[in-house]
Write a protein that binds this ligand. Structure first.
Ligand code: FAD
Length: 307
């Protein structure tokens, strides 16, 4: 049973801490709740939006003139080395829970904020591991027909920060099943700790941002070579880091209002002052896009969802 609330500030529900109010807002904790919320929006003829951990979102200063459906389901269960969890589960909580069951292989995803659903939709990844490496099936609901369908990994069409669900927002992710590997528990816990430590060193944690603002673009060969030579590394899938490009066009540390392109990690656009607006962030983003296009002919694409 859902409760519809009015005029709820959305900024505090995002890691950016930016954004106006939702005209209508409800929290959902089960599949039945999700269906009820969507049916409500459709009956009232208002648009709706699925908000989960809010860690990959930039919400407009004017908020959202519709119903925000906040995913708070948190049930999960283990069967052998399989973990099935509802989409609202916090990813790091699941990784820790798996460790208690002596199950691992996704430790490098530890510390990525947000929910399992958000991670599946964007094929979240870090340090060479992606959620696609462990997901074996995803259960989703169609927002018009309310059909429930189980998607195999192939049907999820995972690729770099992308999936079928990102391309088809008419499907809401309800739950996912992961196949994990039995490992030495000490090894799992050490790997989790090491990963979080690495993230802290690289300033990837606890900042008012939405993670990487832009996706790492596929770049022309000469740019890839330039990057590989300078960094003495190999570019994955012909992509170069957006943060490196931002640095190269001289916009590392650039500010717009209360927003800054982080000095430590330029692809993190940060609400530095705590009072940055969505306008500040998008203006800064536009300047970056313009500069990168002018210098390298590369069009940066947002990884962050703009609402
Ligand atoms: C400090 C910081 C570090 C980060 N580091 C990383 C990183 O290393 N790697 C990485 O990949 N990402 C990273 N991110 C980005 C973010 O954590 C991931 O994208 C995360 O998976 C988003 O999940 P969420 O629950 O917060 O989704 P939200 O931000 O709430 O939503 C993002 C999008 O997913 C949609 N969505 C959410 N749940 C569902 C669902 N159940 N069904 C359908 N659509 C849904 C929303 O509608 C929205 O369009 C980082 C973010 C921050 C703030």
């Amino acid at each position: 049973m859902i409760t519809i609330q009015k005029d709820i500030p959305l900024g505090p529900l995002t890691t950016f801490e930016i954004g106006g109010n939702a005209r209508l807002y409800c929290e959902v904790r089960s599949e039945a709740d999700i269906e009820e919320a969507i049916r409500y929006a459709q009956t009232e003829e208002v648009p709706f939006f699925i908000l989960a951990g809010g860690s990959n979102m930039l919400i407009d200063d004017d908020g959202f003139d519709g119903l925000v459906i906040r995913m708070l389901s948190d049930s999960y269960s283990f069967e052998g080395n399989m973990l099935t969890a509802s989409s609202g589960c916090n990813l790091s909580v699941l990784i820790d829970a798996a460790a208690k069951h002596i199950l691992g292989s996704w430790e490098k995803l530890a510390g990525i904020p947000g929910t399992l659903g958000g991670a599946v939709r964007g094929n979240a990844g870090a340090f060479g591991t992606e959620i696609k490496d462990v997901v074996v099936e995803v259960s989703a609901m169609h927002i018009h027909t309310f059909e429930k369908k189980i998607f195999t990994t192939e049907e999820c069409e995972f690729s770099y920060r992308n999936s079928f669900f990102k391309l088809h927002p008419e499907w809401v992710i309800i739950s996912a099943t992961m196949r994990l590997a039995e490992k030495d528990q000490k090894e799992i816990l050490a790997e989790i700790e090491h990963t979080i430590h690495e993230r802290e060193i690289r300033h990837l944690q606890n900042v008012r941002a939405a993670g990487s603002y832009f996706m790492n673009p596929v770049a022309p060969e000469h740019v890839v070579k330039y990057f590989e030579t300078e960094k003495a590394t190999t570019a994955r899938e012909g992509r170069v880091p957006a943060g490196w490009l931002i640095d190269k066009v001289g916009l590392k540390g650039e500010r717009e209002g209360g927003a800054i392109a982080s000095v430590q990690h330029p692809n993190y656009l940060v609400n530095e002052t705590g009072s940055a607006t969505a306008y500040d962030v998008t203006q800064l983003a536009e300047r970056i896009k313009h500069a990168v296009y002018k210098e390298y002919g590369i069009t940066l694409q947002e990884e962050v969802t703009l609402l």
